[in-house]
Design a protein around this ligand. Structure first.
Ligand code: GLA
Length: 385
């Protein structure tokens, strides 16, 4: 990547990067104060940062020829109310700068202006959180250069605030935490209420396993439609049950929930409550019996999202069924749903045949060709040079 800043008269201070993530299990549980178990992947977004002395922030990206520039002092007036004036991709880094300044109460006059130049190899719209990759890279860079001294959880909170208020997507905090806390060969088991995170060895490579990503190329956006509706149904369910969040229910509460709510709300609640349990079971099973034993939990997670939460699409179902028929130990859609990617845990030798089987099944179904590749648990956001 180029480390040359776009504007003149500035000096590149350094390059930082943040990874995308896959979620192994625990979907739509984060904003219900529940449990998730994602890991950071080797696909990353890099940002070259150059300081400038005029109190302005300029963001540019290899995806868009038009840079966006604004005075740091004007960010507070822009977000959240006037965010529509900013082109969507630029709301992520500018939103992070805004959220960091708000979180620390830093005087805008005391921090330096910056040029941020982004490049990325995280597939966009694939459910691999290209947005968290931008946010974590930006947060890590500005935290260092502005000397804010924030810890990783505080940086994740700033990323989520940018996503919620500057972009307008009502997401939880899983993606930012995964992207900031990632470790090679390990997953991040996260309690989304306390924000306590545990690093859990995945052991895929020693077991001869790969995690295959099947990007269906069906695009989705969480700032519109289905995601927010699902979140509202969960909040409704929690209110009916008289709890602060669905995290406070267990599987034993489901019969009572069924009596009290309409069928759709009940099924949304049942997904979240059983998914929280599946995350706990997956972590325990991984520790006791190793990665080969978690397949049925991945499969059950998919069925729950398909039938109860209703966020799958035919392409994701076909990817999951075909991967499983081709020998995957377990498979499920990953991420927010309505498109994006499925994951399949599979023996190393079966990656080629399973890829061919999924590609052929997509041709037969008349679906667009999927993009299929493996991912490996990788390090979280960091300074690279
Ligand atoms: C998206 C959101 C996350 C999470 C997942 C679903 O990735 O950004 O916060 O809610 O969907 O698990």
């Amino acid at each position: 990547m180029s480390t040359t800043p776009v504007s003149t008269g500035t000096l590149t201070t350094g390059v930082w990067s943040g990874p995308g993530r896959v979620n192994l299990i625990g979907e739509h549980t984060d904003y219900n104060d529940g449990f998730v178990f994602p890991f950071a992947i080797e696909y990353r977004t890099s940002v070259a940062l150059a300081v400038r002395d005029d109190g302005r922030i300029r963001v540019s990206s290899s995806f868009d020829p038009e840079p966006v520039e604004v005075a740091l002092a004007d960010l507070a007036g822009l977000f959240p109310d006037r965010r529509d004036e900013v082109i969507e991709w630029a709301r992520y880094p500018l939103g992070v700068a805004w959220a960091l300044l708000e979180a620390t109460g830093a005087d805008v006059a005391s921090v330096t202006g910056v040029d941020l130049t982004f490049t990325s190899d995280v597939p966009v719209g694939a459910g691999l959180s290209s947005s968290a990759a931008i946010e974590s890279a930006t947060a890590a860079a500005l935290n260092d250069v502005w000397g804010l001294g924030l810890d990783r959880v505080a940086l994740a909170r700033a990323g989520r605030r940018a996503e919620n208020e500057a972009v307008g997507a009502p997401t939880g905090i899983m993606d930012q935490m995964a992207s900031l806390l990632g470790r090679a060969d390990a997953g991040t088991f996260l309690d989304c209420r306390s924000l306590e995170a545990e690093v859990v060895d995945l052991g895929f490579a020693p077991a001869g396993l790969e995690l295959l990503v099947i990007d269906t190329k069906v695009t989705h956006a969480h700032s519109t439609g289905g995601y927010g509706e699902r979140r509202a149904a969960c909040e409704r369910g929690a209110a009916i049950m008289g709890v602060a969040a669905l995290r406070d229910l267990s599987v034993d509460d489901l019969p009572r929930a069924q009596e009290l709510m309409d069928d759709v709300t009940f099924r949304r609640v049942r997904h979240v409550v059983t998914e929280d349990q599946r995350v706990l079971d997956a972590v325990a099973t991984l520790r006791s019996d190793g990665p080969r034993a978690i397949g049925p939990l991945l499969d059950a997670s998919h069925v729950s999202m398909r039938d109860d939460f209703e966020i799958s699409v035919p392409e994701l179902d076909l990817a999951v069924e075909t991967a499983r028929a081709a020998g995957a130990i377990g498979a499920r859609m990953t991420g927010g749903g309505f498109g994006g990617a499925a994951i399949a845990l599979i023996d190393h030798e079966l990656v080629g045949p399973a890829t061919a089987a999924v590609e052929a099944a997509f041709v037969d179904a008349g679906f667009a060709a999927p993009h299929i590749f493996t991912v490996h648990p990788s390090e979280g956001a960091r300074r690279d040079s």
